[in-house]
Design a binder for this molecule. Structure first.
Ligand code: 9YT
Length: 135
């Protein structure tokens, strides 16, 4: 069994920081459970374009507010904006290109990745994470 507390993961190598967000990777590939688990905080009044070409992700909003814009993939499609409030789940099952926006409050999100992140990924020029082997 693995038992960890968020407070003990903060401030360690499990926490990564970006100008728009920080993320605590409570479970990583090295934990060998087939997914990674993250508590990500998206700061208010920010916007972050992302596309995970190599991963599926489920994201559940614990607190705060913001939105996700699913960007059109062709000229015949329109972008769609979904509000995010506590209780919202979004799942990037199509490697969807999106923009995550923090509104008036920081958004705290519980995120699951399949395949799991190793913790060494850095967003590439497409705002994606590369597929890495186990770290
Ligand atoms: C909201 C979201 O996409 N979280 C992803 C996890 C975060 N970017 C990380 O831990 O790298």
């Amino acid at each position: 069994m693995i038992v960890r507390h968020l407070d003990n993961c903060r401030g360690t190598s499990r926490q990564v920081r970006d100008p728009n967000w920080n993320s605590v990777r409570m479970l990583l590939a090295s934990d060998n459970v087939g997914f990674s688990f993250h508590i990500t905080t998206i700061y208010s009044h920010t916007e972050t374009p992302i596309q995970y070409n190599n991963h599926f992700e489920a994201v559940y909003c614990i607190s705060g507010n913001g939105s996700i814009e699913q960007l059109a993939t062709s000229d015949s499609e329109e972008s769609v904006v979904y509000p995010i409030t506590p209780g919202t789940l979004y799942v990037l099952d199509q490697h969807d290109k999106h923009i995550l926006r923090g509104d008036t409050e920081d958004m705290v999100l519980a995120c699951v990745f399949n395949p799991p992140l190793t913790g060494l990924e850095v967003h590439d020029e497409n705002r994606s994470y590369p597929l890495l082997g186990d770290a």
